[in-house]
Design a protein around this ligand. Sequence first.
Ligand SMILES: [Zn+2]
Length: 615
Amino acid sequence: MPNPAGFGELGFKKAVLQLEARLREALPAPFRRLSSHEIGATYRQRRFERGWRIDMLCSDGEARQIDLLVSPAFPLGYPRTALVDGPGQLVWPHVEHDGILCLLPIMAEVDADDPGSVAIHLIGRSARLIEDLLKGEIIERDFREEFLTYWFYARDAKFKITSIVDPGGPSRELRAWRDKDMVIVGESQEQLESWLSRRFGNPRGNKRFHTEPAGLLWLSSPPLPADYPHNGADLLALAKKESDEAYSLLIDLASKAQKDIIVLMGAEGRGGSGLIATMTTSGRKVSSRDGKIQEPLSKGFAPNRMPKEVATLRTYSAAPVVKAEVSRADPRWIHGRGKDARSMRLLQKTVTFVGCGSVGSSVAAKLVRAGVGNCHFVDPEDLDWPNLGRHELGADSIGKNKALELAAKFQRAFPHLAIEGHEVSAQALIDGYRELLESSDLVISATGSWSAEGALNRWHLVNGRKKPFLYGWTESYGAAGHAVLIGADGGCLRCGIGGTGVPHFLGCHWPEGSATIEEPACGNHFTPYGAVELGFVNDLISETALRALLEESTLSHHRIWLAPIQRIKDSGGAITEAMTQLAERENPGGQIWEREWCQSDCPSCSFAREYRSVA
Ligand SMILES: [Zn+2]
């Protein structure tokens, strides 16, 4: 039955009628409706509600047929097309095992109000694809460029491998860790241990994480489906064809491994590197295709005494290899899906966050997600209930130190980064953690305490301002936010701030006594604003931090975000003369303009009207 979550039964029937009318009008060749039985028998694993078979004469003189198929949600989603009596799986790219053609990305959006035109367009594209496949030029190219997709079709069961390996050459030995739920492959024992203990905590009783040898074959071009290894011998042949290094890597692995060997294969496809995986099965006591029980790998030899030749023959035998999908969990992939050139630079950076309150914790969260490789959180205070509405931490951290809790939370979540908490004040940091301050590429202070920030500024000045310090604070009611970056040149923090911590430049002012300047002035004053208002300020500070890490500008500067004027007025405040002048002299950026979202007589409006009148 048509899906009521789509356009309902009425919508489905209307769309089908419109589609058939367009087919009659636009197609030169005849077509016919498919019966439910034909649809069910041909496309067993799919849920199609209707289908049409269209004749097509190809340039090679052969008559072929294309099926056009729609799901019960139609006209939501797009119709699919299929090549009738297609060549089978992995013979042509973009043609699935049942002939279904892959023309559009999975998330493609099509116009549900004009299903006829969508169908005609897809039929045209299907015909062009079949012509291209007949000419043959795109076959190898597309199989290679999109090799992850075709490997996915050929993979075995649901066996999946997680990789924290940097996906690039050369071919090399790796290490693998497995438990009953997952397999993780890394560059070394050290990298895996660090990742695993950050993710899951240290193993009980001083044990180490047990890892085993694995390998990466880096291929000069992605494999074609015809080259996909079916058994161990195929895998070894593939390595031999690739290079001497790849071949000797596999031979070495066979002599070292006690059981099945996981071998990743990587290559450059279109849009970047990709990884796929195989696992030999010759060491396992499983029945192979002919039903016989496999012998254990080392049968007949004392542990580690099996000759290399025997190990090679037994490991890379006629026993099938498991073909597995690889989930990448390496930093390059996590921070920008391999496309963000900044992520590798950020991974090398060290940032110290002084003050992990409402501003500091949120800015820290953003920079961790951006992929800053080494983060230190500094705060002497414990989390309290009224902090919760504006903090990254929640109820499970109440009464615990903010810096330590924040570090623990993000370390578990981002095991490829190094994150540490320090339960100390800014003053104690200056006194006892000199190395940390000196090794930081950026220090971000959001303490809300002038005594603390004045002291940091003095340390910075005294030590020659070698690396930038960033100070962030917000004005009352979250009406304005400030990010002041102190570089090697230009003013220091104090240059722009009075002796008691009141900045010379304020965005807003309030009548006497109706507001307090929260930061960087001292004291626990309170003004009511929440995470939403503060979000803009935290973004300003985070973006300033990111720029400081990537652009290495040395001149001190000040960036200000100003809330919408009406909000400032509503809280009883006004814009200062200084802010007005700045806004007039140059556009401060980050302003928000508003416009009305007008109603027009759109197809959805009329559909709804019509639907209501029928129902
Ligand atoms: Zn100064």
